[in-house]
Design a protein around this ligand. Sequence first.
Ligand code: G4P
Length: 316
Amino acid sequence: MNYQWYPGHMTKARRMMQEDIRLIDLVIELLDARVPYSSRNPDIDELGKNKARLVLLNKADLADGRRNRIWAEYFRERGCLVAEVDSRNGAGMKQIQELIREACREKTERDRKRGILNRPVRAMVAGIPNVGKSTFINTFAGKACAKTGNKPGVTKGKQWIRLNRNVELLDTPGILWPKFEDQAVGQKLAVIGSIRDELLQAEELAMWILNFLRAQYPGNLQERYGISEEGTDIDVFGKIAEARGCLQKGGQPDHQKAAGLVLDDLRSGRLGRVTLELPEPYAARQTFGESRGSEGGENENTEITGCSRQQDALHE
Ligand code: G4P
């Protein structure tokens, strides 16, 4: 499979980010908690250097709780402020105001020394498509906040949402592009539905999921489809097709339909809360991929170098 992101879109997204980032003090970087490494574009480190940073593991409700904690710890160790959130129902939002304050403490202190008091922190949300940026802004900003409108001179054409006395949020999120140099990254983003899967790819993605779940979340397929997980991935796929009545006219399994079903079930959490990758120190201990010798499971290098200005001290 070959995943694409049109260069034109990428250039435009980068230009917009570069423009908007000049206006703000804090980048709120959204990652998908199921794939924190693959949903992260490290270009943000360059784009957002000299800005305060906050990392949110969004869609934490769909990801494995234990692995959420592992990832959160991993980012903390690298000097990031981080929180797990579910933007759809608002879980985890309460702590964010406090984290924003913490992230911007240095800046507030600098302002204070220069005699600038009460200048609100300006923040923007950034992340790759579908990571939940708009949902987050809507939930976080809520109904209580008024849009502040254009600010002549400084923020021409930009809308700011005043969250409280201290924080203003740019109402248009920064769009980062997925990184495609690594096909395993593209594949995982396609699995979670973050980049579009062409019909032709559905079967391949479904097989990847089966291979992955059987290795790392044994029992989830059995629980969902009432089938035994014994046999090869293809056997299991056939059993799912049969159990769910995905059959062609002649009674042959309809793989395309079964693949769509498996993909939908994974993406919506009906196959359990799953996280598709672990940070490097944990990934090294996983046998997934080696034991089955299948393409689905390699834990590629999920090393992330850091994300806040404090990182300089901690940088490995
Ligand atoms: P974007 O701006 O980054 O492109 O993402 P957007 O907010 O449009 O969210 C993409 C999809 O992810 C939406 O689902 C949204 O509801 C869902 N989503 C966002 N945050 C969370 C979360 O924390 N948990 C869960 N479970 N889902 C989340 P959709 O199916 O495309 O739209 P809809 O059916 O929800 O309207």
